[in-house]
Design a protein around this ligand. Structure first.
Ligand code: GDP
Ligand code: MN
Length: 417
């Protein structure tokens, strides 16, 4: 689960991490009032969406414009900069803070991370402006290969870390932390040295990194990124941006974090799938997949790729799925407007082919299927399953085996497109 920047900062503040003063608002009037109260020469108006790259992003009025700006300016590296206002703006007066907030609220912000559809800005964060001497980078995440927490720091803050990793990997410092021992002072100092923190501020930096690490572990984060971590003119460190992703499997321990969920930022299909306890992840392709078992789901995506297609989703209906659950999964897949063909690939072990077939037929009756449907069934009760589908009156393309089914689904999607 992800949260907004203002929420991440509020959490970090509780752990003693220095963050700028500010408040989240939902209207231009409030924005102006908060700016007046902060009473700093400059206030920063920041669009709150669950995506990065806001500073370099573009505010637009509608989805057509969003797609156009994305394709022509943001989709690839090295394209000319657009001429639209971005999602992070510096205001010199409270009135201007109000104007900037008004220009963001209710509009779409397109960034490299949002994709062509952009995201609607519903809230903005008004913060005191700060005097930035240097923009640094700091992140923590779980390194699955070592089973440790990995801290990464770089002097090249403010830009995308992937770019730094590609162009100047020597500018990224890594510290691997044993979770049983935690972040040691010498490790924090090593990071501070790497970031060229002046000698008299090393102690502060160590405190900063340890507070951040404590927050990350205590809240069961899976990723924590401060980009930029700034050093002010006075030499102080401040988290100017904050992104935290939480481990969904640990959310039950953190009701206060779970409450920060913003359903507007989530894919409605994924949300619905979660309600029915389905493993569903939306992807960018046009072939809807319904599969049982995570391994088979991965293999199905691979084989679709192999035949030149792109899966529209990952969907594992699981082992003991009921007719109702199968029907729901099928409806969610069909509700994706990008889906131009569906590939149902089932190997019935615990899952029974007739239950699956019943679910598909029921869902089809309820919502109607107008796109090609390729089905490959094998395993427990396969004959009953095939019979149910054959007698349903549905127009089905039969996949003789997994490869044949994938190939037919790719062909069908291509023909439909
Ligand atoms: P992102 O683009 O979504 O990652 O949003 P950030 O919060 O990182 O802001 C983007 C950029 O805005 C930062 O890298 C800074 O250069 C700039 N910025 C943000 N806050 C301030 C501020 O208080 N003062 C100044 N001068 N610049 C700021
Ligand atoms: Mn940032």
């Amino acid at each position: 689960m992800n949260v907004h920047e203002y929420q991440a900062k509020a959490l970090l503040r509780k752990y003693g991490v220095p963050v700028p003063r500010g408040s989240k608002v939902g209207s231009a009037e409030e924005a102006e009032a908060v700016a007046r109260e902060l009473a700093t020469p400059v206030v920063v108006v920041k669009s709150q969406i669950h995506a990065g790259g806001r500073g370099a992003g573009a505010l637009v009025a509608d989805s057509e414009e969003a797609a156009r700006v994305f394709e022509s300016h943001l989709a690839r590296e090295g394209l000319p900069k657009h001429d639209k206002p971005g999602g992070v703006r510096l205001a010199k007066t409270p009135e201007q803070a109000g104007e900037f907030a008004a220009s963001m609220l209710g509009n779409l912000l397109v960034t490299r991370q949002t994709g062509p559809s952009g995201r609607e800005v519903r809230q903005v964060l008004i913060e005191e402006g700060c005097d930035i001497a240097r923009e640094l980078y700091l992140s923590m995440l779980l390194d699955r290969s070592t089973g440790r927490n990995l801290l990464m720091a770089s002097t090249e803050g403010g830009m995308e870390i992937e770019k730094v990793a590609e162009e100047s990997p020597e500018k990224i410092f890594r510290v691997s932390v044993d979770p049983a021992v935690g972040l040691r002072d010498f490790q924090a100092r090593r990071l501070a040295f790497g970031l060229q923190i002046p000698a008299e501020k090393i102690g502060d930096a160590v405190k900063f990194f340890k507070a951040l690490y404590h927050a990350y572990v205590d809240l069961d984060g899976s990723l924590l990124e401060i980009n930029p971590l700034v050093q002010t003119g006075a030499g102080d460190l401040l988290a100017l941006d904050a992104k935290i992703s939480f481990d969904d499997n640990a959310l039950f321990r953190h009701p206060e974090v779970r409450e920060l969920r913003d359903e507007n930022e989530e894919d409605p299909k994924e949300r619905r799938a979660a309600e029915f306890d389905l493993s569903y992840i939306a992807l960018d392709g046009n072939i809807g997949c319904m599969v049982n078992g995570a391994g088979l789901a991965m293999a199905t995506m691979d084989i679709i790729h192999h035949h030149g297609g792109e899966p529209a989703n990952f969907c594992d209906v699981g082992g003991g799925a009921t007719t109702e659950k199968v029907a729901e999964a099928f409806k969610i897949i069909l509700s994706d407007r990008n889906v131009q063909a569906v590939f149902i690939n089932i190997f019935g072990g615990i899952m029974q082919c007739d239950v699956l077939a019943q679910g598909v037929v029921e869902a089809s009756k309820q919502v109607g299927v107008t796109i090609p449907l390729v089905v490959r069934l094998e395993g427990t009760n396969v004959e009953q399953g095939k019979k149910i589908i054959a007698e349903s009156g549905l127009d089905i393309i039969t996949g003789l085996d997994m490869a044949d089914g994938a190939k037919k689904a790719v062909e069908a999607a291509r023909a439909a497109a």
